[in-house]
Design a protein around this ligand. Structure first.
Ligand code: MN
Length: 236
């Protein structure tokens, strides 16, 4: 191709057991655990889950070695949000049922939806977009992706999502506490967007979000999936 500048690289996340998963788009669900809606000052019954996106190159792939996330500019209240991430191996639109939704899933991973909480609060107050609060550089650290064949969803029935900062437990919730289940999220997304292979879906965070500072170590564990580990560094 006769590109006039060098083409951006493909963003990819390593898969447990080998191989790389190329990322197309990142969809995120907000307000998907009632206790988190409450801690943010909302009402889960009145505030249905919402969607927003991050750019693919917000991903920081964190494998066996902990990732390094520079403290982003423009905020003094960076928050972690531990989340289950679903990686799609096939696409679809207007999915009819949970079987059609489940058939799209390649694997799952532990992720973190890093958030400039101060900018998000200002955007909510002003009725403005969330992009600067959510879609900044390095805002989507993610652990190794576990293939569905190796980590079948049935084994996640009793799984808990646990986020630790410097080894202190900050979030601890069952995945069954999600307001919208994974298939329900994919069905709802597919009514608004054409889903394609390479899409990642961050499925929302439970209660217990809070700030992190340079020097902090964050770990997100979800059932048997490879844990996500990263450290917050001084600003780049
Ligand atoms: Mn989130």
């Amino acid at each position: 191709m006769d590109y006039v500048i060098s083409a951006p690289p493909v963003v990819a996340v390593p898969v447990a057991g080998g191989g790389m998963f190329p990322v197309r788009r990142i969809f995120c669900v907000g307000k998907n655990y009632a206790d988190h809606v409450k801690e943010m000052g909302g009402d889960a019954k009145a505030d249905p889950p919402v969607f927003f996106t991050k750019p693919a190159d917000a991903v920081v792939a964190c494998g066996a070695e902990p990732g390094r996330i520079p403290y982003p500019p423009g905020t003094s209240n960076l928050h972690y949000e531990g989340e289950l991430v679903v990686a799609l191996g096939a696409g679809g639109r207007q999915l009819k049922d949970r079987h059609a939704a489940g058939a799209l899933i390649f694997g799952q991973a532990a992720g973190c939806d890093l958030t400039r909480r101060d900018l998000q609060a200002a955007a909510k107050k002003a009725g403005g977009p969330w992009d600067a609060a959510k879609a900044f550089d390095a805002s989507a650290p993610i652990g190794l992706i576990g293939r569905i064949a190796d980590y079948p969803p049935a084994r996640f029935d009793g799984a808990r999502l646990v986020t630790c900062v410097n080894d202190d437990v900050r979030q601890d919730a069952g995945l069954t506490e999600m307001i919208w289940t994974v298939p329900e999220i994919l069905i709802a997304l597919s009514m608004l967007f054409e889903l394609k292979a390479g899409d990642l879906v961050f499925t929302g965070t439970p209660a217990g979000v809070g700030p992190v500072a340079p020097g902090d170590r964050v770990e997100v564990g979800i059932g048997e999936l490879p844990a996500l580990k990263f450290a917050i560094m001084e600003p780049a």
